[in-house]
Design a protein around this ligand. Structure first.
Ligand code: ADP
Ligand code: ASP
Ligand code: MG
Length: 439
């Protein structure tokens, strides 16, 4: 059994957390390839090392003195090294890093040092080999992940290493500079490593007991989802359930490698299994709820819209020309709404409006901002009647006005738009009806 095991930032934030991680790895001989994040928060208001690195680099680039900021970062690592009683010095690495900061090696280079240094410490602590991700994870000239090259070189490299630590979050460009994935990207590295070694399982250890039915920052102590499909997870993580980076499923999905989300602070709990498909029914009609704020809707009304050939295309053309991608497009007979990210749309809204008037001569155009979208996701919804009805009656009960509804054709999810100020209450109402009262 080969397991690729990724640990998130809070799982490696200090000595005590490192010890828990060490115990977890030693408990199972199959845990052979380890992907660490940079040290994360030790307590609620703490700062992640990744954020400290961005900040330190910004100071360096401005030509200001960044030595104090660098010292605070060094201290985080030295506390761990001393706490674990390791005889390891990172002075050489810090010297190189300092010189590269002065030489403006790039923001991505700076951020990547978080996992690089943590990887060196973890490898030393576990007595595993250290493999620098810059030598095995690759991006192409355009900065896109180069799956083919990575897979070839990484799998060859892993085959000659019995046990190794490969730091998460970064890789290298064809010109040898460092590039990172987007934030939370160590999850993606873990998945790439699992694919390359054809692992039996990709374990992703974090600070919650699995994928929860709803965001624990909104619902107190939500239930854990035991089994979830890749598709359901994709819908939920895209809509803000950020337990796992939304791109992390692609590499393993192709190989049918399951992901197991586990809690470093409660290692006896089985967490969540993420699988291709399953015959297991979820415990509730829905599998999970997630949502995001920051959307705007552009609603277009025109009599007889439905009989006007090419109407939809002409509308979307305007958005495309202005480089605005849209999230959803619920429509009625004489109405059509386009849901967009408010931050992208704001600066160019007048151009879009003018374009719409020119292209489709609508009767009315209305813009509404401050919209939150909520995704209610579940493979069980297809075979259960009245799911949408239950959602709307729960929301009506909570006196929440539903601004928009969109049900995907896969019947895997229902998307609901509400005012941002109703967002948290709406999630609670939906959670209550499906999970607490189960009616
Ligand atoms: P790590 O640093 O281990 O990668 P993250 O902070 O990226 O951890 O992800 C775990 C966090 O995701 C949890 O602490 C929790 O606050 C948040 N979260 C949001 N939605 C959910 C959900 N549905 N289930 C579990 N955690 C969630
Ligand atoms: N350390 C990086 C971040 O904070 C990557 C990760 O933790 O996955 O985004
Ligand atoms: Mg994460």
């Amino acid at each position: 059994m080969i397991k690729v095991v990724k640990f998130g930032g809070s799982s490696l934030a200090n000595t005590e957390q490192f010890q828990k991680v060490g115990d977890i790895i030693k408990k199972d001989d199959g845990r052979r390839y380890i992907v660490p994040s940079a040290p994360g928060k030790r307590f609620a208001d703490d700062i992640k090392v990744t954020d400290m690195l961005y900040d330190c680099y910004n100071t360096a680039v401005k030509g200001k003195d960044f030595s104090k900021k660098l010292d605070t970062i060094k201290k985080r690592y030295y506390e761990i090294i001393e706490g674990l009683g390791l005889s390891l010095s990172l002075e050489k690495e810090f010297k190189t890093m300092e010189a590269c900061f002065i030489g403006k090696a790039g923001r991505d280079y700076a951020a990547s040092r978080g996992e690089y240094l943590n990887g060196i410490i973890l490898a030393h602590y576990l007595e595993y080999e250290f493999i620098d991700a810059a030598e095995v994870i690759f991006f192409d000239e355009k900065g896109n992940f180069d799956a083919e090259k990575t897979d070839q070189i990484l799998s060859e490299r892993l085959l000659i290493s019995e046990r190794a630590v490969i730091p998460g979050f970064y890789g290298s460009m064809p010109n040898d500079t460092i590039k990172t994935f987007s934030r939370g990207g160590s999850d993606v590295t873990g998945s790439i490593v699992a694919k390359a070694i054809k692992a039996d399982l990709y374990e992703n250890w974090t600070d919650v007991s699995g994928f929860l039915v709803a965001d624990p920052r909104i619902i107190e102590d939500p239930e854990v989802i035991n089994t979830i499909t890749y598709k359901e997870l994709r819908e939920l993580s895209y809509m803000g359930a950020t337990v796992l980076h939304e791109d992390a499923i692609f590499p393993v999905r192709k190989q049918g490698i399951p992901i197991n989300i586990r809690n470093t602070n409660a290692p006896d709990e089985m967490g969540t299994m993420i699988v291709e498909s399953t015959s297991k029914r979820s415990e509730y009609t829905i599998t999970g709820i997630a949502g995001k704020k920051g959307f705007a809707t552009v609603s277009i009304e025109k009599d007889m819209m439905n009989s006007e050939l090419g109407f939809g295309r002409k509308v979307l053309e305007v958005f495309e020309k202005n480089k605005i991608s849209f999230e959803h497009m619920p429509s009625g007979i004489d109405t059509m709404s386009i849901v967009v990210h408010q931050s992208e749309f704001e600066n160019i809204e007048q151009e879009v409006l003018a374009g719409l008037h020119r292209n489709v001569q609508p009767d009315v155009i209305e813009i509404e901002s401050g919209i939150a979208l909520i995704a209610v996701v579940g493979r069980g919804m297809k075979s259960t009647r009245g799911t949408a009805g239950r959602i709307f009656s729960a929301l009506a009960h909570a006196r929440i006005n539903v601004k928009m509804i969109d049900q995907g054709s896969s019947e895997l999810n229902i998307i609901i738009g509400v005012k941002e100020e109703d967002f948290e209450r709406a999630i609670r109402a939906i959670y209550d009806i499906f999970v607490i009262t189960k009616i």
